[in-house]
Design a protein around this ligand. Structure first.
Ligand code: G3D
Ligand code: MG
Length: 179
């Protein structure tokens, strides 16, 4: 008879992705959760919720990843989106400087709507578009440093650093909340 091993209850954490439209939030989640980069799923409106289990520092963690589909114009729609989130990826697009400039507004809106955020990671996405780059790596790094947050340049298309960014997010949550 095989021995059943009882594992500790899996910890579940709500995390969100914030940032301007078309920076690649949905693409990053799709890549992380399904390993695919697809180009034809993005027409949904409202909020999409994804889940992915991972092991961080020996702990089993399930990230419940909330994605704001479309860019609702009304802030009250977004307030429920932030509620209870303990982690956030702040995402900009390295080919559009305005998207980095706007990250602080996204962060402020998030902080105005939840007290629970324990872990933030700054992500400069689309690093595969080398010829279109508008934002230097050091600029993103500097913003992240000002928040005391980890920083990654990612490509949802090629997969670079996608897992690393989510792992750093989960690690930050575990470190501040304890296991
Ligand atoms: P959003 O969820 O932040 O609004 P999306 O952004 O994930 O919908 O992505 C917006 C567009 O950027 C999509 O292109 C998507 O394919 C593209 N994109 C996302 N991430 C990357 C990346 O890392 N590299 C490149 N080259 N493109 C990326 P379309 O043309 O479908 O609008
Ligand atoms: Mg999207």
């Amino acid at each position: 008879m095989s021995k059943e091993v009882k594992t500790a209850k899996e910890l579940m954490y709500k995390v969100i992705l914030a940032g301007d439209g078309a920076v690649g939030k949905t693409s990053l989640i799709e890549k992380f959760v399904t390993g695919k980069f697809e180009t034809d799923y993005r027409m949904t409106l409202g909020t999409n919720i994804f889940a992915k289990s991972l092991t961080v520092e020996g702990a089993s963690v399930k990230l419940i990843i909330w994605d704001l589909a479309g860019q609702p114009h009304f802030k009250h729609v977004r307030s429920g989106f932030y509620l209870g989130a303990v982690g956030a990826l702040l995402v900009y697009d390295v080919t559009r400087r305005s998207t980095l400039d706007n990250l602080e507004n996204w962060r402020t809106e998030m902080m105005n709507n939840t007290d629970d955020v324990a872990s933030v990671v700054v992500v400069g996405n689309k690093c595969d578009l080398k010829n279109l780059r508008e934002v230097k790596r050091s600029e993103g790094e500097e913003y992240a440093k000002s928040l005391g947050a980890p920083f990654f340049e990612t490509s949802a298309k090629e997969g670079d650093n996608v897992e690393a960014a989510f792992l750093a997010l989960a690690k930050g949550i575990i470190q501040s909340k304890g296991v």
